[in-house]
Design a protein around this ligand. Structure first.
Ligand code: KG4
Length: 344
């Protein structure tokens, strides 16, 4: 492919522990290559220094693969989109610096992408020969990942408003930590999901937060889960092993109930019944079922992303970059990465 008027966006994602690169051509995904980092499993969580070192090893082959698989040459690239933040600073610096270097060498513009905006715009990734429902504006998006839990009103590709967010821990982080308390592996989300399918969600009752408005809080649930386990293990050291399915199902149900309660409130407040879910936790079976249930009972039009676009990926960054490129929203070379949205 080398038509001059083609718009070819290379997207680079390196905000946490996945190095990912993707190519979007005229709005259609051509490649999406991800190098995951197994090194963190032994530590039960992402170790920032190890993550940035692994990104340094992975970035060149990952970007190279994305270009080769897309069937393009570097000279075809119209712009480089990269995750500028939020995320782990050491990890972000690898992707941001690489994007800057490549943009200078190719003489093409750069487009900065907010990681969370990328997750939302994953709903617009199109693949040749595949059809899927794409949300109409405005819609609400529940963004639930390892680092964020937000309800966003999406007015347009580049116009989003946060209606509510966690005031402490994120839903994914809570599930991961509780899984660690139970002595399960990392990341805990998929393990809890698998165990929960065989458990009773009503077996144990955990405290739900009472927070005003549309904000979330999960730190109290995390602490009460830990104290509950400590008390039970004192009585019976094999308590977790005997009850892991029920514990997983009850924990998962509590998290999903909290998430859905505020989302139902947001739908009532805004009158917007088009509701999407995005981020790593959107792969969760109980959460997906809750969405489908609301579609049936409350008449919501729901949008659930394919599994491949729930966790961190370069495709969503390339997609968000494509929409910004169409708006000519380029960025200067001296933009720093940011770890938190408030540090931007
Ligand atoms: O979006 P993501 O890949 O990275 C961040 O930007 O944070 O999300 C990772 C989070 C982790 O907390 C992981 O445990 C969770 O998504 N997760 C799940 C499932 N798959 C991944 N949580 C619950 N159920 C799942 N099936």
């Amino acid at each position: 492919m080398n038509r001059k008027d083609d718009i070819v966006i290379l997207g680079i994602e390196s905000s946490c522990d996945d190095t990912s690169a993707a190519v979007i051509c005229n709005g259609f995904l051509k490649s999406n290559v991800t190098a995951s980092q197994k090194v963190h499993e032994a530590y039960g969580g992402v170790v920032p220094e190890l993550a940035s070192r692994a990104h340094q090893q992975n970035i060149v082959p990952t970007v190279d693969q994305a270009i080769v698989q897309a069937g393009i040459s570097r000279e075809d690239i119209s712009a480089i989109a990269f995750t500028r933040g939020p995320g782990l600073l050491g990890s972000l610096l690898v992707g941001v610096s690489f994007a800057k270097g490549l943009s200078v060498s190719l003489g093409c513009p750069m487009v900065e992408v907010d990681h969370l905006q990328g997750h939302v715009l994953a709903h617009f990734i199109r693949e040749e020969g595949k059809t899927r429902d794409i949300p109409q504006f405005p819609f609400l998006c529940l963004l639930v990942s390892g680092g964020n839990s937000q309800i966003i009103r999406v007015n347009a590709y580049n116009d989003m408003e946060i209606l509510g967010q966690t005031i402490d821990d994120a839903a994914g982080e809570t599930i991961d930590k509780c899984s660690k308390f139970m002595g399960l592996g990392y990341p805990g989300g998929p393990i809890i999901d698998r165990l929960a399918r065989k458990g009773n969600p009503k077996a144990f009752v955990f405290n739900k937060p009472h927070i005003e408005g549309l904000d979330y809080s999960f730190s109290g649930l995390k602490t009460s889960f830990l104290y509950f386990l400590e008390d039970k293990v004192k009585e019976d050291p094999a308590f977790v092993e005997k009850n892991k399915e029920d514990l997983a199902a009850s924990l998962e149900k509590t998290v999903v109930d909290v998430l859905m309660q505020k989302l139902v409130k947001a739908v009532k407040m805004t009158g917007i019944k088009s509701v999407a879910v995005a981020g790593g936790v959107s792969a969760n079976t109980c959460l997906r079922n809750a969405f489908l249930e609301n579609a049936g009972k409350k008449g919501w039009k729901v949008y659930i992303p394919p599994f491949s676009y729930t966790t961190d990926n370069g495709a969503m960054i390339a997609m968000a970059g494509y929409f910004k490129y169409l708006d000519r929203q380029y960025c200067p070379l001296d933009l720093p990465a940011y770890s938190r949205t408030t540090n931007k």
